[in-house]
Write a protein that binds this ligand. Structure first.
Ligand code: ATP
Ligand code: MG
Length: 440
């Protein structure tokens, strides 16, 4: 509807544009094709191993994360977005990770009552960290969990599945696997005293976080990134040297399953996870191509979590992939993803517009994307938009073509003459692009 009141529009006050919250990013259409390629590949690979999608809320009771992740962790101490529900006053938190919510849901719905479950989830996580490349306040993960499996076969299965995903994405030679065992709770207790004694001998080297954690969570000090502490950390007593027979057998079982599958790995005795509920297997896939934020996926076993959250004892193993870091890695490897349409239809006149829209529908019937120019304008300006759309072909429908029920097909991405074809043959007159892959 047009307004023709005759009086000039009232001047509106100028409004300053708002910006996204710091550390929370928009994914714009030019970038999202690569996100979708990663998402499609991950979904397909998870399905090949029988993992099924499960979705849980983005907000959970704060107590779930405090209990499930552990009080003395970076995530719970410093990184959670926590607020009180306006009506009930209940403390709620935006999920900083997915495992606690998945286990909550599994307990709530007795998911593992009849048989173990393989599940995965994709979505945003929230942590109040200092934003930098590869580290954001809203970021995305694929989270994969095998619930009710004692391993180590399923631990190996998940690692083999990730190796397949890296191959599928063409980044396999940029990522290496590190594994470790952090034993069971009783083994960690025995190791703990030695660890504290070691750190106390080097008290002058400990940073503020490490001093605070010395008695609460000394294992976490091993995970510190403070450069001046690294040499001292490298000398710390190693838990993997003191595993009891069961943990040792679990670790050896994992190592031989990986060797059997032809997966290379290194054992990193300093590798611990930031989250308290892990036991035995821990693993990380690391790249040197992203600077300090080099861990693209991490996971391990958490046999104690179900009980810690009020469920029946249920062994389980899982991992999370950092989507933004994978996207950076893919971009660095020169990966592209095609989302350009096959055809962009330019047209002029009523009859041509009708033909243009029906041509586009027949192209879509054949399973290809087609854009019909909208908004009028000269052929010249429409052709510019056709080019900018990335389409492989411009289809030109003028009044003459409309009268003759024909269309001019012009290749935009490779040399070739424009040629007129009957409207009903338009699909056959175009060659779709071959799917693109990472150029590694
Ligand atoms: P980091 O040591 O890098 O802080 P983390 O141990 O906190 O990682 P996890 O909780 O194991 O990470 O999460 C699994 C994966 O999620 C990480 O390996 C990483 O790829 C990704 N990730 C974690 N935190 C962020 C973040 N703030 N921004 C982007 N990706 C993240
Ligand atoms: Mg972290």
């Amino acid at each position: 509807m047009s307004s023709d009141s005759g009086s000039p529009p009232a001047a509106r006050p100028k409004v300053a544009p708002l910006q996204a919250v710091r550390g929370m990013n928009d994914v714009l259409p030019d970038e999202s094709a690569l996100w979708q390629r990663l998402e499609d590949a991950a979904r397909a690979v998870f399905a090949l191993y029988g993992y099924r999608n499960l979705r849980v809320p983005m907000v959970e009771p704060t107590a779930l994360f405090v209990r499930g992740i552990g009080e003395h962790t970076d995530v719970v101490e410093k990184e959670m977005y926590t607020f009180d529900d306006r009506l009930s006053g209940e403390s709620l938190t935006l999920r900083p990770e997915a495992t606690a919510g998945i286990v909550r849901a599994a307990i709530e719905h007795s998911l593992c009552y009849e048989r173990p479950q393989r599940v995965w989830l994709a979505g945003p996580m929230f942590r109040h960290e200092r934003p930098q490349k590869g580290r954001y306040r809203q970021f995305h993960q694929f989270d994969v969990e095998a619930l009710g499996f004692a391993g180590p076969d399923v631990d190996a299965e998940q690692i083999v599945m990730l190796a397949r995903l890296w191959r599928e994405l063409g980044v396999a030679d940029g990522i290496r696997l590190a594994i470790n065992s952090i034993g069971d709770a009783h083994e960690r207790r025995a190791h703990r005293a030695d660890l504290i004694a070691h750190f106390e001998r080097h008290h002058d080297l400990l940073d503020e976080d490490a001093r605070r954690r010395l008695h609460a969570n000394p294992l976490r000090i091993l995970d510190s990134k403070t450069p001046s502490m690294q040499a001292m950390i490298a000398e710390a007593p190693r838990l993997i040297d003191r595993l009891g027979p069961e943990s040792r057998a679990h670790f050896d079982g994992l190592a031989s399953a990986l060797a059997g599958a032809g997966i290379a790995f290194e054992v990193d005795p300093r590798l611990v996870r930031g989250l308290d509920y892990y036991n035995r297997t821990v693993f990380e896939w690391v790249t040197d191509r992203l600077g300090a934020q080099g861990t693209v996926a991490g996971g391990g076993r958490y046999d104690g979590l179900f009980e810690a959250l009020g469920g029946k004892p249920t062994p389980a193993c899982g991992f999370a992939i950092g989507v933004e870091r994978m996207i950076l890695l893919l971009q660095g490897a020169g990966a592209t993803a095609a989302d350009a349409p096959l055809a962009y239809v330019v047209h002029s006149g009523d009859a041509a517009g009708t033909l243009a829209r029906s041509l586009a529908e027949s192209i879509r019937d054949a399973g290809h994307a087609a854009i019909v120019h909208a908004g009028g304008g000269s052929f010249k300006s429409q052709m510019k938009k056709a080019d900018a759309s990335g389409a492989r072909y411009a289809l030109i429908v003028g009044e003459d073509e409309a009268a003759a029920r024909s269309v001019s097909v012009k290749p935009l991405r490779e040399p070739g003459e424009q040629r007129a074809v009957p409207a009903r043959e338009v699909v056959d007159a175009m060659t779709p692009a071959s799917p693109m892959r990472a150029t590694e």
